[in-house]
Design a protein around this ligand. Structure first.
Ligand SMILES: [Mn+2]
Length: 508
């Protein structure tokens, strides 16, 4: 990896000179896991090390003025920036003037100019021959420590014990689970399942996750709770949890994050309800090909999430606007295959500013232009969207019969784990299915079925958050179902379970 020698030698020199080292990370899961990894590793072998995570609201993303100031006050000689820094030209220059050297470990795309850091580790930078480009920030931090172990001829085993942090960062940052990421994620998940540190034991409990842990459970169970620290409060709370050795204290920290996450969820869902009510109250909006909604009271921090939630119910290009500094600021989300950025660009004369890419974009406009924009955007979408883009697609890997679903098949599938982007859990489809028993609705939202095909041995199926399919299966008519195969643990027993993606009645 380009600059690895420089980075490792600078780290060794700092220890030899007894310089203070500051580990600086971002406030999201990738950032906090990076800090936990590098801080934990260095602390075991060196005592002049501290960490710093900026405040999301007061300092914002990346290296901050306050962070540099703290480093100066604490007489830091070396700053290691993790999951950020690649565009912090001004601030790294400022640090340099105060005799603080920086090592940047980042995976974000570099700009035209690179910061004046002592060393920059980033597989995406020009001239870096490192073959795998999809590492997350924590993965790059791991490579630095791996390089350090090699150079100092230390056993990498203590470092491998910390792969759990890398696995959680990989899952939460939604990087592809391919190549080296898949290997790192595999090792880290195994670490958590065999020797969970107090933080993970506590999170498993507060999130009611049944072991074994998988990348999918990291994404839905761990990531929102770790992220909640930085969203409602300060991300230091996530670090405290991850580094805690005492199980009792870890439970208290995890529980606090769990409460914060519940608060955040309540916030999202009340705004989503308001948005959906606005669509349902207006027949013209209900029938439209696009969603454009505005309320001056919505929190700017959640309008992107609200746009995504609206798409779950009304599957079409969606823009949620709120008031910000006297203007309307919005977040756009699209459906598969439709370029929402292009569609917004076609309304450019009504806008102040816009930017983004095909699937997600941001925009600002004058409040009085909203009705005109709403009308024009609808017109553009209606002209451009194809019939195919109006229906959510489920990529099916294979049509099979239920008798083929055996523990042996499941063991083969399991060898392809960990699953995630670039390596999704396979999805099957089976036709002519029938119910064995009455369908059930668990907690009014999860659909639970017992299905069979041509009188075969029945299998359990579960559809998470699919209350709308409950009425459909009541029709007492054969149906086809897309699903993936998972395991269910209940009362100490493990059985195969089909996780429903969707189902349709067979045509008569
Ligand atoms: Mn990241």
């Amino acid at each position: 990896m380009k600059d690895m020698d420089h980075a490792v030698h600078r780290l060794i020199l700092a220890m030899r000179r007894k310089e203070k080292i500051m580990i600086y990370g971002d406030y999201d899961v990738d950032g906090t896991c990076s800090v936990a990894l590098v801080y934990h590793f260095l602390r075991e072998i060196y005592d002049k090390v501290e960490y710093y995570i900026p405040d999301r609201y007061k300092e914002g993303y990346g290296i901050s003025e306050q962070g540099i100031q703290r480093a100066v006050e604490n007489e830091v000689g070396l700053l290691i920036a993790l999951d950020c820094g690649i565009r912090a030209i001004k601030l790294i220059n400022q640090a340099r003037k105060q005799n603080i050297d920086c090592i940047v470990c980042d995976h974000h795309r570099p700009g035209d100019e690179l910061p004046p850091a002592h060393a920059i580790l980033n597989p995406k930078q020009e001239g870096c021959q490192y073959p795998y480009k999809e590492l997350c920030g924590c993965g790059v931090g791991f490579k630095l420590l791996q390089g350090f172990c090699q150079q100092t001829e230390q056993s990498p085993d203590p470092l491998y014990r910390l792969l759990d942090f890398v696995a959680i960062a990989i899952g939460a940052d939604i990087v592809p689970i391919t190549g080296e990421n898949r290997l790192l994620a595999y090792g880290g998940i195994q670490e958590i399942n065999e020797r969970p540190r107090p933080a993970w034991q506590a999170l498993l409990q507060v999130a009611s996750i049944r072991p074994p842990l998988t990348i999918e459970k990291v994404v839905f169970g761990f990531a929102p709770r770790i992220n909640a620290a930085g969203r409602i409060g300060h991300a230091d709370a996530a670090l405290r949890l991850m580094l805690e050795q005492d199980q009792e204290k870890a439970y208290q920290y995890a529980d606090a994050l769990h409460q914060k996450n519940a608060e955040r969820r309540h916030f999202d869902s009340s705004i989503t309800d308001q948005a959906l009510n606005m669509i349902e109250a207006d027949p013209q909006l209900t029938q439209a090909q696009s969603t454009v909604l505005y309320s001056k009271d919505w929190h700017k921090g959640v309008i992107g999430i609200v746009a995504s939630r609206c798409i779950e119910k009304y599957y079409r290009p969606t823009i949620i606007l709120t008031e910000s500094n006297g203007k309307a600021a919005g977040s756009a989300r699209s459906v598969d295959g439709f370029d929402v950025h292009d569609a917004i660009a076609a309304c450019a004369d009504l806008l102040e500013q816009f930017g983004g890419h095909a699937s997600a974009a941001g925009l600002t406009l004058c409040v009085e232009n909203i009705p005109k924009f709403q009308e024009r955007f609808e017109q553009v979408v209606a002209e451009r969207i194809t019939d195919e883009q109006k229906i959510p697609q489920i990529p099916v890997d294979l049509a099979i019969s239920l008798t083929e679903i055996t523990p042996k098949l499941y063991n083969i599938i399991r060898q392809m784990a960990p699953f995630g982007p670039g390596n999704m859990r396979p999805i099957f489809v089976s036709e002519n299915l029938e119910l064995v028993n009455q369908p059930r609705l668990l907690r009014e939202q999860h659909l639970k079925l017992e299905v069979c095909q041509n009188g075969c041995e029945p299998l359990n199926a579960i559809g998470f958050r699919m209350p709308h399919l409950y009425d459909l299966v009541q029709e007492n008519q054969p149906f086809k179902m897309a699903y993936s195969v998972t395991e269910n643990y209940y009362n100490g027993q493990t059985t195969l379970q089909l996780e429903i993606k969707d189902l349709q009645l067979m045509e008569k």
